[in-house]
Design a protein around this ligand. Structure first.
Ligand code: ADP
Ligand code: ADP
Ligand code: MG
Length: 630
């Protein structure tokens, strides 16, 4: 077995790998950037090496520097996690050439699956059903348009080098094709340095079904059943589960067999995922499931597979990398119960899902289910990396049971002042259609309005805040914890008492009723109360108290960059007349695109950025003045 392992990643996946390595008695070496000098994965590893400044391009993506770190610390093997260098065949090759063990598939397998068009051709040759479409070399716009017309609309244009939900455009009609193609190619060139595209039939009622596969160096390949990842926002997975709802045995056998065939076709060693797209309009049927792509690494959602099979996939990876045979044969693997994972993001759903950064003054996740996280209370969410801060994974005897557990846990999430999508996830998982297994990739977009929580506190939350505020002895505050916890608190005053409170600019006088049952948890400190309820957090202050929520952005027309990032589009120029909510600038930060919009109708009086500009947090990008005109 491997005795020492360098983990070329950060956050929850680095912590996840360290946990298994430790259990197996393997010494662990972390790498970190400036921003992560005191991060949890660094604290948990036996040793840590600083590899560069905060931007990933200057630290976590520096293959040579990471290999040198492994050499310096005497690590025998490198685990890449997911993202970063995990699907970089050149890096895998360099690791192997330097005499280290690469915990991943052969570089040639990564290469074979790296481009979507080549992968689809290979799969078609191997007899795996692939999404109908055009995979040709010829990229002239006229030719692509003709192919799309022949396939029939809607179609999906996909960057052959794409990933992470980027470089994709759905085209509904022939007349829109040219424009969509141009914008897809622009995005693909900017994001992947390769503007080639393929065209696919857009599958109706699409469901994302993927199969976990595993190979060893002795020619064995097994599958560990399927996952359903249909709940997506902007083509990115939000909630994943295993097994897929409504999957019958015959269909499962067919899709899992196709996945094993796909893995064998590229001589696969290690953990991989074969992604399929299914037409769910008539339930899941074997003749309506097509190969989409292969991810040649461990997947973010691997825990749901671990839960239903009882296996540790990181342990499997390490054993296979050490040359052992697969720990189980196909006939020794079975599905037990149902598991669901929700991705907790540091983002604000009621503010266009903008990432939320800062110190986690309060970070308390329920202990009733499996949690994968890379942060603890007191840590900072920096603007440099992916905003995923934790995964909540429920597992139970039935799907209904797993949903109940997950919803309860999401509603009990307590995070402040960083914003999270917990309430949004809870609403999605509690939705009646989701419970009924009525899932497809249009689920979140079509229900978005009803999944967004109300940013204003409910009556119950106001009452809870008032009761908590009345119970605090302000005089003795200021020592120890910044917040004195009042979990399960009830006001002990016999009669109702009155108190005035403010939340995000709204002040109300509340009659706090000691007899009313309280839902949620409140914590208070001098002059402020925090209420956690159904996954949301609300901050209240006494009227006139300084330093309130900051949620009411200055409405003076100064549009500032909420975080460091790169400007990828500017939609206005100085003098442009804009409507309230009109898109001004698109920023790429924390791996996501964010539109910054006009706070009110007016005229652009200042424009300080151009496409491609790197901007820092707080930079004044655009100024709008209320227009008198017309
Ligand atoms: P997974 O299914 O493992 O999440 P995807 O195929 O959805 O992988 O995404 C590809 C890679 O993009 C993942 O390895 C992951 O590290 C990275 N990624 C994760 N979250 C985001 C995000 N919000 N935006 C862009 N890329 C992301
Ligand atoms: P990425 O590399 O970005 O993960 P994928 O090819 O895996 O790209 O596609 C990402 C998502 O886009 C899928 O999970 C699915 O929701 C949607 N999608 C992809 N192909 C199709 C298609 N042909 N029809 C409908 N939806 C699709
Ligand atoms: Mg994918």
């Amino acid at each position: 077995m491997i005795r020492s392992l360098l983990i070329a990643n950060r956050g929850e996946i680095a912590c996840r790998v360290i946990r298994t390595a430790r259990r197996l008695g393997i010494r662990t070496v972390a790498v970190h950037s400036d921003a992560d000098a005191r991060a949890l994965h660094v604290r948990e590893a036996d040793e840590s090496v600083h590899v560069g400044p905060s931007p990933a391009r200057e630290s976590y993506l520096l293959g040579e520097r990471i290999i040198a770190a492994a050499k310096e610390t005497g690590a025998e093997a490198i685990h890449p996690g997911y993202g970063f260098l995990s699907e970089n065949a050149d890096f895998a090759e360099a690791v192997i050439e330097s005499g280290l063990i690469w915990v991943g598939p052969k570089p040639q397998s990564i290469r074979a699956m790296g481009l979507k068009d080549a992968a689809k051709k290979l799969m078609a040759e191997a007899g795996v059903p692939v999404t109908p479409g055009y995979l040709g070399e010829e990229q002239a716009p006229e030719r692509l348009q003709a192919e799309a017309d022949a396939i029939g609309y809607p179609v999906l244009i996909k960057a052959v080098a794409g990933g992470g939900g980027k470089g994709m455009r759905k085209v509904n009609a022939s007349g829109e094709f040219a424009e969509m193609l141009a914008s897809c190619k622009r995005e693909a060139a900017a994001s992947f340095g390769d503007d080639r595209v393929l065209i696919e039939k857009y599958i109706e009622r699409p469901r994302h079904i993927e199969v976990q596969v595993f190979g060893d160096a002795h020619g064995n390949v097994v599958h560990l059943f399927e996952r359903d990842c249909s709940l997506q926002r902007r083509h990115q997975k939000v909630i994943e589960e295993a097994p897929a709802p409504g999957m019958d045995e015959a269909t499962r056998a067919a899709v899992c067999e196709a996945a094993v065939k796909a893995a064998r076709a590229v001589d696969y060693v290690g953990a991989g995922t074969i992604e399929f797209i299914a037409d769910g309009s008539q339930g899941l049927r074997a003749d309506r499931i097509w190969f989409m792509e292969m991810n040649t690494r461990l997947q973010v959602e691997h825990p749901v597979t671990e839960e239903i099979t009882g296996e540790d996939l990181v342990e499997w990876q390490l054993r296979v990398a050490a040359g052992e045979t697969l720990p189980k044969r196909q006939d020794e693997l079975a599905i037990q119960g149902h598991a669901i994972e929700a991705r907790l993001y540091a983002e604000d759903p009621v503010n266009q899902f903008l990432p939320s950064t800062g110190r986690l003054d309060h970070f308390d996740l329920p202990r009733t289910l499996r949690i994968e996280t890379g942060v603890e209370e007191g840590d900072r969410i920096s603007p440099w990396y992916d905003p995923m801060i934790a995964k909540l994974v429920s597992h139970g005897p039935s799907r209904a049971w797993a949903i109940d557990e997950l919803v309860g846990a999401l509603e009990a999430v307590e995070v402040w002042p960083v914003r999270t999508n917990a309430a949004f996830l809870a609403r999605a998982a509690a939705d009646a259609d989701f419970r009924a297994g009525e899932v497809d990739t249009g689920f979140i977009p079509s229900k978005l309005e009803s999944l967004l929580p109300d940013p204003a506190p409910s009556e119950g939350v106001w009452n809870m805040a008032a009761a908590a505020m009345l119970a605090v002895d302000f005089g003795e505050d200021g020592e120890g914890d910044p917040w004195s916890a009042l979990a399960g608190f009830r006001a002990n005053a016999a009669e109702a008492a009155r108190i005035s409170l403010s939340h995000a600019g709204t002040t109300r006088t509340i009659e706090a009723d000691a007899e009313r049952p309280l839902e949620g948890v409140a914590t208070a400190s001098g002059g402020s109360v925090l209420v956690f309820s159904d996954g949301q957090a609300f901050a209240f202050t006494l009227p006139g108290a300084a330093g309130s929520s900051g949620a009411g952005d200055a409405l003076d027309g100064a549009v500032q960059s909420p975080m460091p990032g790169r400007v990828i589009a500017v939609d206005v120029s100085a003098g442009t007349k804009v409507e309230r909510g009109q898109k001004l600038v698109t920023l790429e930060a924390m791996k996501m695109e964010h539109s910054l919009t006009a706070p009110f109708a007016g005229i652009v009086t200042e424009l300080n950025v151009a496409e491609g500009a790197q901007v820092s947090e707080g930079a004044l990008l655009v100024r709008i003045e209320k227009g008198e005109g017309e």
